[in-house]
Ligand binder design. Structure first.
Ligand SMILES: Nc1ncnc2c1ncn2[C@@H]1O[C@H](COP(=O)(O)OP(=O)(O)OP(=O)(O)O)[C@@H](O)[C@H]1O
Ligand SMILES: O=P(O)(O)OC[C@@]1(O)O[C@H](CO)[C@@H](O)[C@@H]1O
Length: 303
């Protein structure tokens, strides 16, 4: 069974307007509300692709209720820990440029945290846990690392999609895959990455630091997979971008779902790439049909 962990879910409030005028009243062309948070997006794609999974994390208040009901409607199996505070709302502005306003997240009490941590005692050998997204500020920065110790004690596998110190700290524990985008990879090492060769080099550094596979997403430039046995690269297929929010999560879902079933990193990368682009070319998270339409267009080469 696959479990996704979203410590900091959200309502994604996506608003469209031709141009943003700062300091003025801006009238929106359209607005949509989606259940958001990286692990939740991963769960949505896993469910689309038919991989049994359950979404875990914290949900609270009227916003948490919206996310919970949306997941029910989307038939995503969920077992969230209920909290007293409101789940956050993240604003995604689609104007001449895409701008995201992500809130820090709600207060989580000690007893709410403990109830969540206790869930990890039920994991079984061979389960896969996907940790995605930011850690709310009321939880320690080491929270993922602490949870990973529990996952390892149960002999389950895990993937990590987070940034900065939280990511660095998990590498030495040997996650199955980490998925920084090229900017997050550059920030991790305090460098600028100007070529594919440089991206490969720093991907290999993450392998040396302990990751089993490193999948680097590069938005419209496709992606790269670095493994201890080789490096693979694919450009992105052509299409009309509608909403790239969640493309990275979709990529991780395509990878982890396929990896859990096949243990083949290159085939997993192929599904990851197709799922990422399928979401970028959709208004919301992609459907299975969209992913399957894009799959034949993915061309992976050794790099
Ligand atoms: N404009 C695009 N055209 C084609 N494919 C895209 C586009 N944007 C994203 N993708 C596909 O989706 C993958 C993940 O996208 P991206 O690099 O934007 O992830 P991310 O930065 O983690 O995004 P997010 O945090 O919104 O989930 C890319 O590697 C690529 O394969
Ligand atoms: O603030 P975090 O946890 O880093 O990211 C949260 C978020 O931007 O990630 C998803 C897209 O990847 C959105 O659904 C959500 O709003």
């Amino acid at each position: 069974m696959i479990y996704t962990v979203t410590l900091n879910p959200s309502i994604d409030y996506v608003v469209q307007l031709p141009q943003l005028e700062l300091g003025e009243v801006n009238r929106l062309k359209t607005s949509y509300k989606f259940p958001g948070g990286k692990g939740i997006n991963v769960s949505r794609i896993l469910s689309e692709l038919g991989y049994a999974n359950q979404a875990w994390g914290f949900l609270g208040g009227f916003t948490g209720e919206f996310v919970s009901q949306s997941l029910q409607r989307l038939k995503v199996d969920a077992n969230f820990t209920k909290i007293a505070a409101d789940t956050r709302i993240n604003v995604k502005l689609k104007a001449d440029q895409e701008t995201e306003l992500n809130a820090p997240g709600p207060e989580i009490t000690t007893s709410e945290k403990q109830a969540f941590v206790d869930q990890f005692d039920d994991l079984k050998a061979g389960d896969m846990v996907i940790f995605s997204g930011s850690v709310p500020s009321s939880l320690p920065e080491t929270f993922y690392f602490d949870l990973i110790q529990k996952v390892k004690a149960c002999q389950a596998e895990y993937a990590v999609d987070t940034t900065g110190e939280a990511l660095k700290k998990t590498l030495a524990t040997h996650p199955v895959v980490v998925k920084p985008n090229n900017h997050e990879l550059a920030d991790l090492f305090g460098v600028e990455l100007n070529s594919l060769a440089e991206i490969k080099h720093y991907g290999q550094e993450l392998i040396k630091m302990g990751a089993q596979n490193v999948m680097i997403s590069m938005a419209g430039d496709g992606g790269m997979l670095v493994t201890p046995n080789g490096c693979y690269r694919s450009a992105a297929p052509k299409g009309t971008v509608q909403n790239s929010v969640g493309a990275g999560d979709s990529m991780l879902a395509g990878f982890t779902g396929t990896f859990d079933a096949t243990h083949d990193p290159v085939e997993s990368f192929r599904y990851g790439l197709a799922s990422g682009s399928a979401t970028a070319f959709s208004a919301d998270i992609a459907t299975k049909a969209k992913i399957e339409e894009i799959l034949p267009q993915i061309k992976i080469e050794n790099f």
